[in-house]
Structure formats: structure tokens, C-alpha cells
Design a protein around this ligand. Sequence first.
Ligand code: JFZ
Length: 604
Amino acid sequence: MKNLKFSRSDLWIWMILTCISLPAQLRGQTMDEMWDNRSTEQESNNVQWFKDAKFGLFIHWGLYSHLAGEWNGKRYYGSGEWIMNQAKIPVKLYEEAARSFNPVNFNAEEWAQLAKDAGIKYVVITAKHHEGFAMYDSKVSTFDIVDATPYKKDPMKALATAVGKQGIPFGFYYSQFQDWHDPNGGKNTWDFDETKKDYQKYYQEKAIPQLKELMTNYGPLGIVWFDTPGGLTKEETQRFVDGLRKLQPKSLFSSRVGHGLGDYKDYGDSEMPAQPIAGAWESIYTHNDSWGYIKHDLNFKTPDVIIHLLAEAASKGGNLMLNVGPDGTGRIPEYSVQFLRETGKWLKQNGESIYGSTQGLIPQQPWGVSTSKPGKQFLHVWNRPLNGKLLVPEMDVHVTKVYALAGGEAVKWEKSGKDIVIELPIFAPNAINTVFVVEYTGASPRYDEQAPVTISSQFAANNIYAASAQTEGNARIESLTYSHYYGDWKHTTCVVGMKDSKTDQAIFHVRVTEPGDYQVVLEYACEPGSANQEGVLQVEDKAFFFRTLRTSNFDKKYPLPFIKHTVATLTFDHAGSYQLKIKPLTGKEELFKLKAVLVKPVAR
Ligand code: JFZ
């Protein structure tokens, strides 16, 4: 450890922490406690800029980027920033890797310009990830980019300055508990004995002093993005937060500071809530499948996927923070640069429908999603109805005009009962997301969580997602988490727990806009122990029987494959409301994990 000059605030913060009495190892949080997914207890009073920002850029850049997903000639998959853990690389060897980390291609102004061009409204970069390596000039540890590498400069200082010049709020990610380099940091079980660790020593001698450096020496921070909390009780976390807040009172702390003490809520990695969520929250997504750079991970989300994710998050009242993983030379991958720029072009024309918006007034429709501003409803259309008539259901307002956001061309519309029907102009069928604006006067209609799901013959498929189910008995809606490789988390919301034919069922309330013949497809995962069980789909007085087909066991360390199983061809005799009821008939095990019901018009 370097000789530390202690200022009054250092001592003050340590005084707070030294009153902590219990041995650290008695305080370890469980994995579930660590992934604090509860909403935060209080919303900071300066969170409005964050709620309006909508689109952030996450940057995972560390010594792991230099390893690029390879170690000792072996390729690793999943989260590149976890390679030290995955390969159980001893600290000594990991320190040696730093000697060849020299990001000479890093250009802070280029990164800041890319953020600007992409329509990014805040930037968060990893100052110290779980590997324990500081990407900035730390006086607390020599395991940092200035002392341990030939680069010898502080890229965080350059980036904070360049991003600030673009007028974009800047923040640091800091892993406050996991530190695989420090003998008292969390979760290095291959070099150190977890039972002998003194987490408080780690907080007092590394985490707190480094956070103090970051919150003192890099200008105003919009965000401090904590991650994987551990080793502290709620009271200790409160003191930790109170101590740090003194340094940057306006900075927002992510919910992963732990114990619900953040200023806004972060969802799990690459997780989107199924329904609109009140308050300030953020969905974070990798651009490919890894946060940190992996040279052989080229599964980059294309601009349409990015723009749909952004619109979906905004339609539910939240933000999307999309990650890029620069390589060990300091270059952001070319596809990330290109696809971010294309997203920025879309935002240049349609940003009014995203920035400063709030959740949509109607749930997701077969054509897309909606976002709101006072007196305006923005319709994000990415599935064009075959007949060119866009149904905006149950939007009972006094419409004053309807127009295309890009270009402002007025479009024909009519009121039909409580619905609005818009004559869509011809627009490029491959348009990623065409936004139409419905301007209206009078009170905004309330969002109806129970609104029926629209089924229309004008779309090749109408998706009824599990989150819209009314569940009875043991049936419940759950977000299932799983990965493909390692730490590359995926989440799917399903109806689970249906096993008792007498009590359990999922009911989907739908509104069919055109009578006719349709096929019903159940999309589900089915464990081998649940296979070959009978279930039934009931629509009015008709019953459609099916027997479950096995997919695989559910294990969060492996992919969770879903099957699309056509169980019925049926006729809706009239337009209007129906209930689709799904329940188990025979068997004692859970019927299946139902992801969605797809209703497809019979093509003629
Ligand atoms: C953490 C890190 O371990 C990971 O490397 C990356 O930095 C990511 C953004 O954050 O991973 C997590 C943290 C929380 C959850 C899942 C993965 N969670 O709450 O489910």
C-alpha cells in the first residue's frame, strides 16, 4: 500500500467504519442479498435529469480487455471481464499481464464524440472492476494503469474531461466489494481463504479511499455505479453511502450499492421489466454477449434491436444503458461504433419521442410500443399492419392532430368508439421504428394494466406475453434468469407453477379485432419431469387439448430453450373480447414455463 496522506474526511469516513464491530466474515451477504433487485427506498430529488436522459453508455474497460477472452492459449466465453475468475488466474500472473497492457489507440475525444453522435445522455465507465485493477491514477494501490503498465497515463481523467466538454454527465462504475486482487476483497477463492478475510479492512483501506479519489479528483459525477454489494449490513451501507454523499451530493448512486439505498433502480444484466415501472430505473444491456472485450464475441445487437430496446424501456418509463467493451489497445469495436452512430441518426429524427418522455398510455401492441409527453402520445411502429390501418385501442381523448414525427407530415385518422384508427402513409417497410404523434387535449387516459391484448388478423403473429396473464392458484409470473456461457445473463418472464388441475390456471384477456381462423401456438420451456403431461387451452366453450413436449432442465448456468408448440386452429366467430385459459389437466409436476401465447391468423 502506498503511504496515504489522510485528510479530515478520510479520517471521518474511517471513524464511521471503525465503529463497525462484528467480524467481517459474519457479515457476508448471500448471493440473493447481493443482487439487490428491490426498488430503492427513496428517489433522490435530483433524479429528474436521469429520468429524462433515457439513453446511457456503459463502458467496461479494464486489464481484462487486454486479455480479450483468451488465457494460456485457451478461449473463454461469456463475460470477458470475469476471465481472471473463470480461468482462476493467480494474482501474481494477473499482475504480470498488466506489464503489456498499453492502450495507445485510446482517444478520449473520439469516445466522447461517439457518445454525442449516438444520442447518449450519460456515460458510465469502469474505474475498478472485480479484478481490482484501477483504470485511473490511484494513490491507494499500485495495481493501476499508471504504475503497473507501460501506458503510464490516466485515461479516466482524459475521458471525464472530454465527455464533460460534450455536456454529457459522466460517472464511474466501482465494484465496492468484489476485488480479486486484494486479500481482503470479495470473491477470490483461488488465491485467498474467504473465511480469513476482513472485509472492513478492505473497505477502509481500499474501497473507501479509492471511491474518495474518484469522487474528488474527476470533477462532478452524474453517477456512481456500484456493483455486487457485499460484506456490509444495511446500517453499515447507510453509513458508507452517507459518508460518500458528502463528496458529491448531486451524484446518483445505482441500486447496486445494496440494501435498497441507491437513488434509482438497476435491473439485472440484460433484463427488461415486463410491465411499466414507476420511478427512476435503468435496464443495462451488453452490445454483444459480454461486458468486457472478447475478441471472438461478434454477436453485436443490430441498430433495430438497440432502437427497439430503447423504445421499449422508454415505453415502460425507464432508461436503457447500452454497453461497449473497448479492446486492450483502447479501440471501441467497429460494429459498436457503427451501430451506435446509426442509433444516433434515428434519435436525431425521433429523439422527441424518447428524451424526457414517460411511459406509454397503452400496453405493447402488435405494431409496437408508445411513449408519452403531456398532450402527446408517440406511437413507435415497427410492425406494419397489412391493411395499413393502425389501431390505437382505448385511447379515449380529444385528438387535435396526428402526424409522422420525422418530417411532420399529417396523416389521416378517425375515431372509432374509444379507439383511434390511423391511415398509415407508405413508409419504408424495413423502417426500424417509424414514430407517429397523436396530439390531444384534455386529461390523459390512465394506463390500464388489465387492458386486453389486441389480436389482429393484420399481423403475421400476435404475441401475448406471460406478463399479461391473470394467474390463479399456484400459477405465478416469474422472471427466469439463465446464461449461455458464463455470466452472460438472459432473462425471460414466464408463467410458472401451474400443476393442480383444480386450482391453477393462466387467463389471458384478449380483444380480437377481426373474426376468423387463427392458429394458437404455446411458447414454453418444459423440464423432462414435466413432459407428456396433458394441458388444455379453453376459449369460450371450446377445449383444445395438448401434451407437453420436453425441452430441457432449467439451470441458470445453461441456456433455457423454448419450444413453439401449435396446439389449436380455432375460429373467433366475432370481433370482441375473449379469455384464453390455459391449465394443467393430468400430471403432478408443473405443466411448463409459459413464455408467450402466439396467435397467428390462418394465411389464405
Ligand atoms: C455484474 C458484474 O459481475 C458484471 O461483470 C458486469 O459488470 C455487470 C454489469 O454487473 O454482474 C451482475 C450483477 C448483478 C446481476 C447480474 C450480474 N443481477 O442483479 O442479477
